[in-house]
Ligand binder design. Structure first.
Ligand SMILES: N[C@@H](CCC(=O)N[C@@H](CSC=O)C(=O)NCC(=O)O)C(=O)O
Length: 291
């Protein structure tokens, strides 16, 4: 299927021998609203198509947080990997309640497709990330090889990365996450989002969107890396639950080679934590993207 939405380039900055560019287009998946994304192309892209790593950001973020603060671009340039930074929700849908709280609505799309009638026209971040962006970027002729694609993310975006990886029949070669919301049906942020966006609430979410549920039933080889910090207040408050994900993975027979969950002593939830381990995550994905 092709999607020939017109891309408008809003900015371009040279970085690490490559280019970080911001684009805008009218998104069909998001109900015709304009959406932005950032794309980092390494210098190697001038010689042919390069593999793609998708970065999903967390609550309150835009396409800029990871690009500006993740420390991903230098390592990606060295590995010859592009990084695609989508936004975290539709913007300006005008739905009542959309801007009432920071953890729901604008900036909090949760990488799902809404099924409640008031949200379902616009809040389709799963389709946007999984299908629409690859189609639009391919149709635009950008030097990207979407057959070599992996995904990573932070917090809400970590949930997005793990759940899209585990529910999308091998679209991505590997997944990694910084402080992911790992078992959202059992966490306050996840319950609020699923009750808000989905007709069936958390029961509807369990099958398709909960990484702990998904890994417990997954039947193929996986390549997953997770980092979280012991001084992360959201972890301490039970929003992340990486221990549930790890337990489910081990019970399902995935060993340390397939699912690696690392507790990082003293780190919090911030981009200081993410940027400390960013290079590690790029190298992890490079193993599979360049295989
Ligand atoms: N406004 C909130 C804090 C919001 C926050 O910490 N957002 C995180 C992601 S949390 C999970 O998805 C984030 O990445 N923020 C952007 C940044 O650049 O740090 C509050 O008041 O607590």
């Amino acid at each position: 299927m092709s999607n020939t939405a017109v891309l408008e380039k809003l900015s371009s900055n040279r970085a690490f021998g490559g280019e970080l560019a911001k684009y805008k287009f009218k998104s069909a998946a998001l109900g015709g609203l304009d959406t932005n994304f950032n794309l980092f192309l390494p210098g190697k892209a001038s010689g042919g198509n390069v593999p793609v790593l998708v970065y999903l950001a967390g609550l309150t973020c835009t396409e800029d947080n990871g690009a500006q603060k993740g420390s991903f671009l230098g390592p990606a340039a060295k590995e010859g990997i592009a990084i695609l930074f989508p936004d975290t929700s539709p913007r300006g849908a005008g739905i009542p309640g959309e801007d009432d709280s920071w953890d729901f609505g604008t900036g909090a799309g949760f990488y799902i497709n809404a099924t409640k009638p008031e949200w379902s026209k616009h809040y389709n971040m799963r389709t946007h990330v999984l299908f629409e962006l690859p189609q639009v970027l391919e149709a635009a002729g950008l030097p990207l090889d979407f057959k070599r694609q992996s995904i990573f993310g932070h917090s809400m975006g970590g949930h997005g990365a793990l759940s899209l990886y585990l529910s999308s029949s091998k679209q991505y070669r590997s997944a990694s996450a910084f402080a992911p919301i790992s078992n959202p049906v059992n966490a306050p942020w996840g319950k609020k989002a699923f009750d808000g966006y989905l007709q069936g609430g958390s029961d509807e979410a369990r099958e398709q969107y909960d990484s702990t549920e998904l890994i417990s039933k997954y039947k193929d080889t996986v390549h997953i890396l997770v980092d979280y910090g012991t001084e992360d207040n959201f972890y301490k408050n039970g929003q992340l639950l990486p221990e549930n994900f790890l337990k489910a993975a081990r019970l399902a027979g995935f060993d340390e080679m397939q699912v690696r969950v690392r507790e990082q002593e003293g780190y919090d939830h911030s981009y200081y934590f993410i940027s400390t381990f960013g290079e590690d995550h790029i190298h992890f994905h490079a193993n599979f993207l360049k295989a």
